[in-house]
Design a protein around this ligand. Structure first.
Ligand SMILES: Nc1ncnc2c1ncn2[C@@H]1O[C@H](COP(=O)(O)OP(=O)(O)OP(=O)(O)O)[C@@H](O)[C@H]1O
Ligand SMILES: [Mg+2]
Length: 237
């Protein structure tokens, strides 16, 4: 299968207090399209650093990142910004919805910012909220929704502009297992029904079974990459 994202000897150093932290060291991974890839590892292992690089939110110290064969790691900031706006969606640990807006308004507002066709904004916002199972909750404000429901609104908002890849950094960390699994179920549906590519980080072992691919990070290095779930434990290149 042809990778949608590929990294080559990716390194990211941070300097803090006169010391250099090697947050990522020679990471070589491929993200397959239409699949759910999980990056797992202990706190401090480099998951956020890696997902921020894949999502063009940060630049590597050395090494390269390719999206559809195009090198994106050395693009100027305006091009990376455009790439994020058009091809990528992001979901974070803390949900950050706009509190004064309803679920529907939050999604519609994101579409407006993305410059989405005005005539189609309403329909698309509704469609996305229905997709995440919140068709009956569209007019609720965030504080009238559970944590899992709020995270699903955030997912609806992140996918509304039809990104090619959805990145999620610890999207279930603030949820209990039940709500976390609901969120994972939405990711699975997106992969299966919409053929979306999803990359998420987690340190919750309960979430692994629903992944197609799992990469384990330890101390800034990828120590293995396996195909998981029902498809068996084949080694992932
Ligand atoms: N801006 C920064 N400046 C200095 N060091 C940093 C910076 N960002 C991350 N680091 C260091 O890089 C390493 C990897 O951090 P990262 O946030 O990627 O870990 P993580 O796997 O996401 O951890 P967690 O599970 O706690 O979110 C850590 O040692 C961290 O202290
Ligand atoms: Mg992190």
């Amino acid at each position: 299968m042809e990778a949608i994202i590929r990294t080559v000897n990716l390194c990211r150093d941070f300097s803090s207090g006169g010391e250099v932290v090697h947050a990522l060291r020679d990471v070589n991974i491929s993200i397959n399209p239409g699949a759910l890839t999980v990056l797992r590892g202990r706190s401090g292992s480099g998951k956020t650093t890696l997902i921020n690089l894949l999502g063009a939110l940060d630049r590597p110290t050395s090494g390269d990142i390719y999206l559809f064969h195009k090198k994106i790691s050395d693009l100027p900031e305006n091009k990376r910004d455009e790439l994020r706006r058009t091809s990528m969606g992001f979901v974070f640990q803390s949900v950050a919805l706009i509190g004064l807006m309803s679920a529907y308004e939050n999604v519609e507002f994101a579409l407006r910012i993305a410059g989405y066709d005005r005539k189609k904004q309403k329909e698309r916002a509704q469609e996305c909220l229905e997709f995440v199972g919140l068709g009956q909750r569209m007019n609720h404000r965030p504080h009238e929704l559970s944590g899992g429901e709020q995270q699903r609104v955030a997912i609806a908002r992140a996918i509304a502009h039809h990104p090619k890849v959805l990145f999620a950094d610890e999207p279930t960390a603030e949820l209990d297992t039940q709500m976390g699994l609901q969120v994972l179920k939405v990711f699975r549906d997106l992969v299966e029904r919409e053929k979306l590519t999803v990359v998420m980080t987690t340190h919750d072992p309960n979430m692994m079974d629903l992944a197609d691919y799992v990469y384990t990070l330890e101390d800034g290095q990828v120590i293995d990459g396996i195909e998981s779930g029902s498809k068996g434990g084949r080694k992932h290149q």
